[in-house]
Design a protein around this ligand. Structure first.
Ligand SMILES: Cc1cc2nc3c(=O)[nH]c(=O)nc-3n(C[C@H](O)[C@H](O)[C@H](O)COP(=O)(O)O)c2cc1C
Length: 210
């Protein structure tokens, strides 16, 4: 029987690294909907991620159609929380593009709101990190399927309102303070081809001498 650790063939390895490089934040999408089967496949890929103490503490809320439409007004509100910082950091054309992205979510047909269910059996940062591992799997699976994605921390600007919008405020785990919004991931077929944001390699890795 072939071990799961049998080496992947060279062409797969090349494709895998191409996939990592191809992943970039997409902020303009075709309006085409994604099938439920495809979304289930992406979320199953997300949940292949490791998690502290294998608690699998990710919780995903998937918005499509009318719900996604209603969520737009919250996305617009979240813009107000970050626009001043971005105005200083971005050149005017990029600032306008980003503003439009927040107002329309780039027409992405799907928004996945990602939560962590925290508890006293696991350190807080381990719980949070576990969810982000799943979020990256989701991003990479999207690329493998010819889709684009953008992870967004902006909903944290209006965390409570997002919680209320989803109705999670009624859940006992929320009421005990253990269910926490971390980010949104918007998904759809890409309708632009942005360049890869350059990576800064200096001072990121330090090798200790033997
Ligand atoms: C945790 C997290 C939060 C982010 N929040 C936002 C966001 O609110 N809005 C947005 O347009 N991009 C957001 N991004 C995307 C980053 O801007 C992007 O990853 C970064 O500029 C590098 O570009 P790349 O994803 O194309 O490689 C976020 C990314 C991460 C990982």
């Amino acid at each position: 029987m072939k071990s799961i650790f049998a080496p992947f063939d060279e062409s797969f390895k090349e494709e895998f690294y191409r996939l990592l490089h191809a992943r970039r934040s997409i902020r303009k999408f075709k309006k085409d909907p994604l099938s439920k089967e495809l979304l289930e496949k992406l979320l199953a890929a997300a949940m292949e991620a490791p998690s502290g103490k294998n608690r699998q503490n990710w919780r995903f809320f998937v918005l499509t159609g009318k719900n996604r439409e209603e969520y737009l007004s919250l996305s617009q509100k979240s813009w107000l929380g970050i626009k001043d910082i971005l105005e200083k950091r971005l050149k005017p054309s990029l600032y306008q593009f980003t503003e439009r992205f927040f107002y329309t979510l780039g027409d992405a047909p799907v928004v996945v709101l990602c939560y962590s269910q925290n508890d006293s059996e696991e350190r807080y940062h381990t719980s949070i990190g576990s969810v982000y591992m799943a979020v990256e799997n989701l991003n990479l699976a999207a690329v493998a399927e010819g889709l684009g994605a953008c992870t967004m921390g902006a909903p944290l600007e209006i965390k409570k309102e997002v919680d209320e919008f989803l109705g999670v405020t009624e859940l006992p785990e929320y009421q005990s303070g253990n269910l926490e919004l971390l980010c949104a991931v918007v998904l759809g077929y890409p309708d632009h081809d942005p360049p890869k944001a350059p990576r800064q390699l200096d001072h990121r890795v330090q090798w200790l001498e033997d």
